[in-house]
Write a protein that binds this ligand. Structure first.
Ligand code: BT5
Length: 328
């Protein structure tokens, strides 16, 4: 009911709508409406109430609910179904659960905070309330499981493109980090369930530090992590960022669904790569080697040249790449 009232207020945005009108439209008492209006105000909606005129929506908060995201969403299937939480352990965990229950391709799980946000290899991902974007997308591509890591490159390209549209020039630290001014603002975690030659589902989780003050990050992360607002010096509307991100993601993902190609995403990731041309340290199952990142191929694999001239393809998911001196 709260959502329905909000919908009516939004349809009549900036105009008054009478309590009687809402009551007749939705078949609930005027007292009930008054209660829901108060709940909406507690959520951060600014609603004016004037006797004999009714209610008028003045402004909406920067929340990541379906009502707030859908206004600016132009997708066919990504985000048609949005599961919104105030708090959750991990949106990737929830997405996997829902994928098993049969939720469709493109379903979004998004939360205002995560209490057990996850990175790769069991690492944790800090996800404070109302300060970032913590979301997962359920995907059901009919592809060879070998190609699943490509989804991470599509996610990275979508983040870069979305920030670029805001005149924010971020870089990709292959395969799954986005950095701004040499510090991490975003991590991507792609997980899958499948058999040898069949994908059951893919869950791609994206975490973006949007309006976090660096002091709010745990001490041990302050040298390597930052947030968009901290770097650009202004508040960033999360809801616009999410809907633009989903719009961009769908366009890039379509290319992949249709012909398993990620050419456009690779081009974006290559142009904004922070590694290409640099010496990198590759850590694979505890073993370290040093080489030079020279290119990203059409498959989204990093090409690294070693001192003996040998060029090796590094496949996402197997290896961590670190800049020689610190994080990048
Ligand atoms: C990642 O792993 O960066 C993938 C992060 C994916 C997070 C999203 S949020 C929505 C969805 N639900 C989840 O549970 N996860 C996904 P990795 O490359 O392993 O990096 C993890 C490392 O990044 C940690 O060990 C920290 O050093 C650092 N880190 C943790 N939280 C961070 C943050 N908020 N910003 C920047 N760095 C962070």
């Amino acid at each position: 009911m709260k959502e329905k009232i909000l919908h009516l207020l939004k349809e009549n945005e900036k105009n008054f709508i009478s309590g009687q009108g809402i009551s007749e439209n939705l078949g609930v008492s005027r007292t009930a409406i008054w209660k829901y209006i108060n709940v909406l105000k507690e959520d951060g909606y600014e609603i004016e109430s004037v006797s004999k005129k009714g209610y008028r929506l003045i402004s909406s908060p920067d929340l990541l609910s379906f009502e707030e995201l859908s206004e600016n969403l132009h997708t066919k299937y990504i985000g048609k179904n949005i599961m919104y939480f105030q708090t959750i352990d991990s949106t990737n965990n929830k997405a996997k659960e829902l994928a098993l229950d049969g939720y469709p391709n493109g379903t979004i799980i998004i939360s205002e905070e995560q209490t057990l946000g996850r990175g790769r290899l069991g690492r944790n991902f800090v996800s404070p309330k109302h300060k970032g974007i913590w979301l997962s997308i359920i995907l059901r591509p009919d592809i060879n499981p070998m190609n699943v890591p490509k989804v991470t490159q599509i996610g990275a390209a979508a983040v870069i493109k979305t920030l670029d549209e805001l005149d924010i020039k971020a870089h990709v630290k292959w395969p799954n980090d986005i950095v701004l001014n040499n510090k991490k603002i975003c991590g991507i975690l792609t997980e899958m369930s499948g058999e040898l030659n069949k994908v059951n589902y893919v869950v791609m989780g994206i975490g973006i530090n949007v309006n976090i003050d660096v002091e709010e990050l745990p001490k041990e992360l302050r040298d390597t992590a930052t947030s968009i607002s901290y770097e650009v010096g202004r508040y960033i509307k999360r809801k616009e960022l999410v809907s633009n991100l989903l719009n961009n993601f769908e366009i890039l993902y379509d290319e992949f669904e249709k012909n398993e190609s990620i050419n456009t995403s690779v081009r974006i990731c290559k142009e904004s790569s922070i590694l290409i041309g640099k010496e990198v340290r590759i850590i694979n199952r505890g073993k370290e080697s040093i080489g030079k990142a020279i290119d990203l191929n059409d498959e989204g694999e990093l090409l690294v040249q070693f001192s003996d001239g040998r060029v090796e393809k590094i496949i996402s998911g197997e290896i961590s790449v670190r800049g020689l001196n610190g994080y990048v």
